[in-house]
Design a protein around this ligand. Structure first.
Ligand SMILES: *[C@@H]1O[C@H](CO)[C@@H](O)[C@H](O)[C@H]1NC(C)=O
Length: 250
């Protein structure tokens, strides 16, 4: 009885599938009719595939701070170069600066003087203009590892990384550029807890002292540990390295 029932259903199902294969997965109904629900779910609807969120990494910094330069050079840039597809990077060049409103414009006082304010503004404008981390981060890295002042290195770095420097300069001299830098101030001042130093890192919006220490000493591991998605190659290599650096007993 049961066998006959199953067989009948199967025949009805197969007969019921007079839909061209390309339309089988158009709806749950069509997929049911053609008995391909599981296949559609897996390969077309991708129901089991949660797309993992990238790690949101924000660096609060200022252009001439030696520790920021060092952090970008030793940790952030090399790690981003390996893991850019799982890092959603944001840079906030303002740091320990202060601002006040004068007329319609904002005036900035930077910890390392006027040249630092210029550097912050160059970086802020470049981020805004290129609007593509793959372009602006190598440019900013180039400025931050340079020995000379941002206003000089930026020209060289812009050529190297195809940043439209005349657009950057235009931005720097405009109300828009002034407002963009003010937004960096607002972002920095909105930190909770407030920053005590720079570089100041947040991961997915969170800052703790221990996390900051790890960011400054082993950012690769920190990002790998924070990421919930499938292990990227650079992270699995890290695990190999860790096991190699231990002396196991026999
Ligand atoms: C960002 O810039 C890179 C490097 O120039 C380029 O390959 C990529 O297509 C750009 N991405 C977008 C979304 O424009």
């Amino acid at each position: 009885m049961w066998q006959i029932y199953t067989l009948t259903c199967l025949i009805i199902a197969v007969n019921g599938c007079d839909i061209p294969p390309r339309m089988w997965c158009d709806s749950l109904e069509t997929a049911k009719q053609c008995q391909v629900v599981e296949q559609c779910a897996k390969s077309v609807w991708k129901v089991n595939e949660v797309s993992p969120e990238p790690v949101k990494l924000t660096l609060y910094m200022e252009s001439l701070c030696p520790d920021c330069k060092n952090f970008i050079k030793e940790q952030l840039f090399p790690v981003w170069a390996q893991l850019s597809n799982i890092i959603d990077l944001e840079l906030v060049p303002y740091g320990n600066a202060m601002e006040r409103k004068k007329g319609d414009m904002w005036e900035f006082d930077c910890q390392h003087g006027k040249e630092e304010c210029i550097g912050n503004l160059i970086e802020t404008c470049a981020i805004h203009i290129s609007n593509n981390v793959t372009r602006w981060f190598p440019f900013i890295h180039c400025i931050e590892i340079a020995e000379d002042l941002p206003k000089a290195s930026a020209i060289r770095c812009a050529q190297m990384y195809k940043i439209d420097y005349s657009a950057v300069q235009k931005c720097m001299a405009s109300d828009k550029g002034n407002l963009l830098e003010h937004q960096m101030a607002l972002k920095t001042n909105a930190l909770s807890p407030p920053h005590k130093y720079v570089p100041w890192v947040t991961l997915n919006g969170v800052h703790t002292e221990s996390m900051e220490k790890e960011a400054e000493s082993n950012l690769l591991k920190l990002v790998c540990d924070t990421y919930k998605g499938p292990t990227p190659k650079a992270c699995s290599q890290l695990e190999d390295l860790e096991s190699l650096s231990r002396c196991y007993r026999d």
